[in-house]
Design a protein around this ligand. Sequence first.
Ligand code: AMP
Length: 194
Amino acid sequence: MRIIFLGPPGAGKGTQAKRLTDKYGIPQLSTGDMLRAAVTAGTDIGKRAKEVMDAGGLVSDDIVNQIVSERIQEADCSKGFILDGYPRTVPQARALAENMKASNLVLDAVIELKVDEEALIRRIENRVAETIAAGGTVRSDDNPESFRKRLTEYREKTAPLSEYYAGEGQLVVLDGMAEMDTVSEEISRVLEKA
Ligand code: AMP
């Protein structure tokens, strides 16, 4: 099973992707997590990405395409994977399609979680409050200014992917405002048909 989740920051992609990893035994590939790990490890990629990420911008297509093309060749991806936060631009979607074609891999579903922006801002505030309450570290881009920039980037660069995948006949749009369990049930229904 090879799945892409689309949706703005805070739409619940990560939460839903995590649930699917348990159900299907396939990994969640979050480019955000991979980039944050690179920043923490102080690698070259991490050093190049940090400033852009903190400001809520998008890291260059070349960097993320490279990371994902290597990651999907790893052994734990042999039965499939769930892409969370990638692709984020049409050129990334094209690079992914080429990559998958070269390895004879087929995409099973592209699921977009639709949410309204006011609710997103509340979700991010809750995520920050919960992280602090749990004694965790708040992401350096989970602040109002960077979040606004991330939403703008989404609208300008990632939202066009809906049209791209709709054109490929692969897009399913679900209501990301519904209860988390309801969204999970809807996703299961979509994947059963895929
Ligand atoms: P996320 O955890 O998906 O919200 O991603 C956090 C940040 O990592 C984003 O705001 C971007 O700066 C960067 N990032 C993650 N995935 C991508 C991607 N596919 N393309 C470009 N930048 C990305």
